[in-house]
Design a protein around this ligand. Structure first.
Ligand code: ADP
Ligand code: ADP
Length: 232
């Protein structure tokens, strides 16, 4: 589903060079909930942003489904991004729009008419448990509810992959559990491959089947969660 071949990301600021991702090879299979875990500064955020080309790679290739996104044009990338949803630590919602309007936004971009958007947004609010919040503004919602809006928006265009950038790091432990349970349900029900980055072992143990441990831009260990974290 997702393959990284000898991928590096190097930031150049004047004379200063930072190797954020250092020659990584990775294979994420369809249906995986794949965790990438590491300390702050390890390169997680850079890595996940390479998967939908929010950041271009410096070296190597990123294959997502049938697309080599390293070589795709900007126009192709915009289309490919419809099949790659993303959620964020700080939700990145539109604060002047209601829950419904936030969820309809990506549907508007992909050209659905008003009636279709309304119907799809209603389904999505039902799925994430926000049916009664359609006309609320994000500022009136709890952190967990805000992330549910983020999830509904990310799923609007029926993506094959959902990227989660520290999606529960701003939430308390109990809310984290409910959001992780929702992500696991989405993975099961909708057969969506999930890639998440986190600094929390508990998150990986709670929902991931596979994990890669990243340190100074390199993957130092990867495999099945049960094998890596539950050694006797
Ligand atoms: P993590 O998500 O694991 O905290 P990041 O990918 O954010 O790691 O950062 C990895 C390294 O790359 C760090 O040294 C960070 O300072 C550097 N870095 C991240 N983004 C940029 C950027 N836009 N420009 C320059 N350096 C960056
Ligand atoms: P970041 O990802 O940069 O931390 P946020 O997603 O938290 O940003 O916020 C994006 C913008 O929305 C910022 O200008 C922030 O001040 C504003 N904002 C954040 N939370 C709220 C809120 N509850 N109500 C209204 N505006 C907010």
């Amino acid at each position: 589903m997702i393959t990284l071949k000898n991928v590096s990301k190097i930031y150049q600021r004047g004379k200063k060079q930072t190797i954020a991702v250092d020659d990584i090879n990775l294979n994420i299979e369809q249906g995986d909930i794949f965790g990438i875990i590491g300390y702050s500064g390890a390169g997680k955020s850079s890595l996940i942003r390479l998967l939908n080309r929010l950041e271009p790679v410096t070296k190597g290739e990123v294959i997502v489904g049938k697309y080599n996104i390293t070589t795709s044009s900007e126009r192709e990338i915009r289309k490919i991004r419809h099949s790659i949803g993303m959620i964020f630590q700080h939700f990145n919602l539109l604060w002047s729009r209601t829950v419904r309007e936030n969820i309809e936004f990506p549907l508007e971009i992909s050209g659905l008419d008003k009636k279709q958007r309304f119907q799809r947004a209603s389904e999505l609010m039902e799925l994430v448990g926000l049916a009664d919040k359609a006309d609320e503004y994000p500022s009136t919602l709890s952190g967990g509810q805000k992330q549910r809006v983020g999830i509904a928006r990310a799923l609007a265009n029926n993506p094959d992959v959902l990227l989660c950038d520290e999606a529960t790091s701003a939430l308390d432990p109990k809310t984290t559990q409910t959001i992780l349970a929702l992500l696991a349900e989405i993975n099961q029900k909708m057969n969506i491959t999930i890639v998440l980055i986190t600094h929390e072992m508990q998150v990986v143990k709670a929902i991931c089947n596979k994990v890669a441990v990243i340190e100074q831009g390199k993957i130092i260990e990867q495999g099945e969660v049960v094998k890596i974290f539950n050694q006797p």
